[in-house]
Design a protein around this ligand. Sequence first.
Ligand code: ADP
Ligand code: NI
Length: 221
Amino acid sequence: MHLPDILASIITKTENFVRNELEGEGSGHDWWHIHRVRNTALMLAEKEAADLFVVELAALLHDIADHKFHNGDDTVGPKVAGEWLEGLSVEAEIIKHVQEIIRDLSFKGAKVATPMRTIEGKVVQDADRLDAIGAIGIARAFAYGGHKNRELYNPEKSPTQHTSFDAYKNDAGPTVNHFYEKLFLLKDRMNTETGKSIAQERHEYMKAYIDRFNAEWDGKA
Ligand code: ADP
Ligand code: NI
């Protein structure tokens, strides 16, 4: 499906902007994460008959200024994305929608609901979450942990089921805990049927990996 030239040019400019900002980033939030999320989001959007322009813009801009790299401030991302899109004279309604998606997208703790209002938001959230699990999800989690100087695993520190975004954000526990605090929970928090079925397979792969990790830790493999 082809977008009219004006929309295609907004996408290309946005892609170049994001690529330039995130190229070479070392915590698993680099350009190639955005590239994968965009492709997955567009695939889900076609199936769900969502607005492709909004989905593509939100996928491209969703990590442009993530709270994890701005002292937990989750207002910077929507602000930067909004200013960028205003500069391209994108319609105000579309800008608002993209900002809302970026604002609501993130995981905020095991016991914190993160509902998306629109189908466009639901598919971008599913796409972002699919990139957090499976083989790539494992790689990203340890990359992030290294970037933040976290331990791989520490049997003396148990995972927490966070009840608030603040508690979740401020936890600096070992990376293996993140599997129990977020990654293993994602398969039950997918919005779309296609997302659910891909998540199930990636979940099982990740589970097998952590079982093996534990077996090696205990000297049983
Ligand atoms: P979200 O906005 O839902 O956090 P992102 O695309 O910004 O999604 O990236 C989330 C990814 O960052 C996680 O799936 C994981 O790979 C990494 N990450 C975030 N917090 C941690 C953590 N405490 N330990 C290990 N990895 C983490
Ligand atoms: Ni992301």
